[in-house]
Each structure stands twice: as structure tokens, then as C-alpha cells.
Design a protein around this ligand. Structure first.
Ligand code: FES
Length: 91
């Protein structure tokens, strides 16, 4: 399924029961499936550390490093202010 939304840091989009989060990574933006690797906490409700580009999960405060976050990336393309992602169809 193709989904489009505003291309900006910390923009969240819901597709079916799944949330996706747009994040800064280096000079660009990436989109991740926003479940924490611990127990699936909503990383989009967590705390962003600009300096380290890590997210602290709101549930048990596990730090999700850029490397960990990168494992949750979904295919995305940015054109201007529009981010397009390809995600599985909702069940
Ligand atoms: S679910 Fe994120 S730290 Fe536990």
C-alpha cells in the first residue's frame, strides 16, 4: 500500500493498526515502523535526542539508537514536502 504524508521530522502516520514515524537521519529523513524493539512501545510518543538522534521509549525508557531505528525503516521517497512510503496492506 502506498501512503503519502507531510515530509517533516516527527510526523506520524497511521496505516491500519500500525504507526509510522518520519525522522531525521543524518541530513535526510527516513520513515520507520514506530514500535520499540523491547515490547512494541510507541516511539512517536517518546523523547527525541537531537544530538545523538536516539529515541527514548515512553514505556520503559530504553534508548533506541539510530542503528536500531534504522532496522525499522520502510521504503520511502521524499519529493519536496511530500513523503511517500510503501507499507504492507492493513489486515
Ligand atoms: S516497550 Fe519500549 S522500552 Fe519497553
Amino acid at each position: 500500500m502506498i501512503v503519502q504524508f507531510e515530509a517533516r521530522h516527527w510526523e506520524r502516520v497511521r496505516v491500519g493498526g500500525e504507526h509510522y514515524l518520519c525522522l531525521k537521519q543524518g541530513e535526510g529523513l527516513v520513515v520507520i515502523q514506530e514500535r520499540c524493539r523491547h515490547r512494541g512501545g510507541p516511539l512517536g510518543l517518546g523523547t527525541w535526542d537531537e544530538k545523538t538522534q536516539c529515541i527514548v521509549c515512553p514505556w520503559h525508557e530504553m534508548v533506541n539508537s539510530p542503528r536500531e531505528l534504522g532496522r525499522r525503516k520502510v521504503p520511502s521517497v521524499r519529493v519536496g514536502n511530500v513523503m511517500t512510503i510503501l507499507v504492507p496492506d492493513p489486515a
